[in-house]
Design a protein around this ligand. Structure first.
Ligand code: ARG
Length: 563
């Protein structure tokens, strides 16, 4: 529920409940069942002090508390005090916070604090896998959520552009480029070459030696090899950019792992100074605790590792980029890695290490039995998105053959289906991917929410008049009340989704608003009712549209005008 309403109620309760206004405010919660009330106050905490059972306290308080000019009722259910607001009060809040407010749902909890979000972060010369799809869409939603809370966000795509594999690729390119069509299919050629090198090198150690030699040249700044390496990055990013554009994603910064080549030694020095580096089987490691395996800092040949780079980059993100919270949206298979990296940062004495967080997620499982590999690279993001757009196009062709801009809408719906399907699940769980469910226009899907927005928009077109910025009458049927209350929870839901880094709370909420809206739509005549009722219901329709559109926007999903 909206902060302003909670404040209002907390003030009203002060004096009746033996707690401070702040305490009352923070304890007010959404009742499980809205038919009980619009906001609830649990009395359990008071039981010890008042030496009474929670239901007795709730019962007593419900008699004592007056309704004032804004409450419709106060009653008790079990250990809870339940409050219902008057329609007028609710409707005023809807006008203020949904119709008139420019950035609906926004708060200033973050107060400009800077958050750096590492997300998507694919590897050069490899296609974006389904795992990167998750890293991309969850990361984008996390960035958007943070922005709604008043944080300053830096969304960072940390590209895997360094490692001996680029020496191998440079060698392969030098020797094999004539056999591929780099002119017309640069990325496919690059990837095929990459795969071919690795399979041929399995039985040919000399090839690996050649690759290593090329990598040494790259490391020592050999202009020729460096030029090739840069072209690999360019080819890859040009390819990935097509998908990012389709998903509507723009990063604030794209930075390769190679950026940290000259910054790792300083980090290693800090570790040495703190006497944290220990030798283990010829390698340099840091123990973060007794039970977890140590973090590898330098291999026995002196080369640095993924973790070393992440340690240097975290220090940079904090010290140079001024990030106060450092978030990493990366698959759960890298949990140990991040535990080690954050553990080392803590050992280094960085107080801010506690503000580093791995936002982990599970794998994709396809219903037809195919499963993404550990790294999620067996199934390509490109194929999944294109297939979804194709299916969406077919459905639209069947349902609405005369629709204008069919291909644009198909792409909005196809993308929406994939993104929503990903975000509607608790991110730590694996996603069960079922094409039919993801694209079911009537089910709990992205297209279902999009369709609801389309329905609002088409009602507004049909109505044809300007939407009033006030309610002329009280809309107090149970459906209308319930819908309005749900709309007022939007701000809270955004806050909760951000706090728990769980976009699924928002996605689930949008589904609930849609079903509430559909109840209202099916039960109440909207267009064609008495003029002042019609106008008020249209104001409500418009509020629904605004909440759903904003919600979809935060999830990174487009809202079509028609479909
Ligand atoms: N490029 C890595 C991969 O695809 C993910 C990088 C995640 N970010 C990080 N700071 N380690 O597995």
């Amino acid at each position: 529920m909206l902060t302003s309403i909670k404040n209002h109620l907390a003030q009203h309760l002060l004096g009746s409940i033996p707690l401070s206004e702040n305490e009352i405010f923070s304890m007010l919660e959404m009742p499980k069942d809205l038919s009980h009330g619009h906001l609830a106050f649990p009395t359990f905490r008071l039981a010890k002090e008042l030496k009474k059972s929670p239901p007795a306290i709730a019962e007593e308080l419900s008699k004592k508390i007056s309704c004032g000019d804004f409450l419709g009722s106060v009653n008790s259910v079990g250990g809870f005090l339940n409050f219902k607001f008057k329609s007028k009060f609710i409707q005023n809040e809807i006008i203020e916070s949904i119709i008139l407010k420019k950035e609906i749902g926004h708060t200033n909890t973050g107060n400009g604090r800077k958050v750096v979000v590492d997300y998507s972060s694919p590897n050069v010369a490899k296609p974006l896998g389904i795992g990167h799809l998750r890293a991309t869409v969850i990361g984008q939603a996390i960035c958007n959520l943070a922005r709604t809370q008043g944080y300053e966000v830096l969304g960072l795509n940390y590209i895997g552009d360094w490692g001996v594999q680029f020496g191998k690729l440079a060698w392969a390119y030098t020797n094999w480029k004539e056999e591929y069509d780099f002119e017309n299919a640069p990325f496919e050629s690059l990837y095929e070459m990459y795969v071919r090198f690795h399979s041929e090198a399995e039985n040919d150690p000399e090839m690996n030696e050649n690759g290593a030699e090329f990598f040494r040249r790259l490391e020592s700044g050999d202009a020729e090899v460096e030029k090739l390496w840069k072209s690999f990055i360019e080819i890859t990013m040009e390819e990935h950019q097509k998908l990012y554009a389709l998903l509507g994603i723009e990063f604030d910064l794209v930075q390769g792992e190679s950026f940290y080549n000259d910054k790792m030694e300083a980090a290693v020095q800090r570790l040495k100074e703190k006497q944290l580096l220990v030798e283990s089987e010829g390698a340099q490691v840091v123990y973060i605790n007794e039970k977890d395996p140590p973090c590898l800092i330098k291999k026995s040949d002196g080369s640095s590792l993924y973790a070393t780079r992440d340690i240097a980059s975290a220090i940079y993100r904090h010290e140079e980029m001024k990030g106060e919270d450092l978030l990493y949206v990366v698959g759960a298979d890298q949990s140990l890695h991040f535990k080690q990296v954050f553990g080392v940062l803590e050992k280094l004495g960085y107080e801010w290490a506690k503000n580093c967080q791995h936002i982990a997620f599970g794998l994709y499982r396809f219903k037809d039995g195919k499963m993404s590999t550990r790294k999620g690279n067996l199934i390509f993001m490109k194929d999944v998105i294109h297939k979804s757009i194709e299916i969406a196009g077919n459905i639209i062709q069947q349902k609405n053959p005369n629709l204008e801009n069919k291909s644009l809408v198909a792409s909005q719906v196809g993308v929406g289906a994939i993104v929503f399907n990903d975000l509607v699940n608790d991110r730590v769980k694996n996603v069960e991917f079922d094409w039919e469910r993801a694209l079911d226009f009537e089910g709990d899907s992205g297209p279902y929410v999009q369709y609801c927005v389309v329905r609002c928009k088409s009602l507004i077109r049909k109505y044809g008049k300007t939407i009033e910025k006030e309610f002329q009458v009280d809309l107090d049927s149970p459906e209308e009340q319930s819908l309005q209350i749900h709309l007022l929870h939007f701000e809270d839901i955004l806050g909760q989704s951000w706090k728990h880094r769980k976009p699924n709370l928002l996605a689930q909420y949008l589904l609930k608003v849609c079903s509430e809206f559909n109840h209202f739509y099916n039960k109440q005549r909207i267009i064609g009712s008495k003029p002042e009722v019609e106008a008020s219901r249209m104001t409500l329709v418009h509020s629904v549209q605004r909440v759903l559109e904003k919600g979809l926007e935060v999830l990174g999903i487009p809202a079509p005008d028609q479909m």
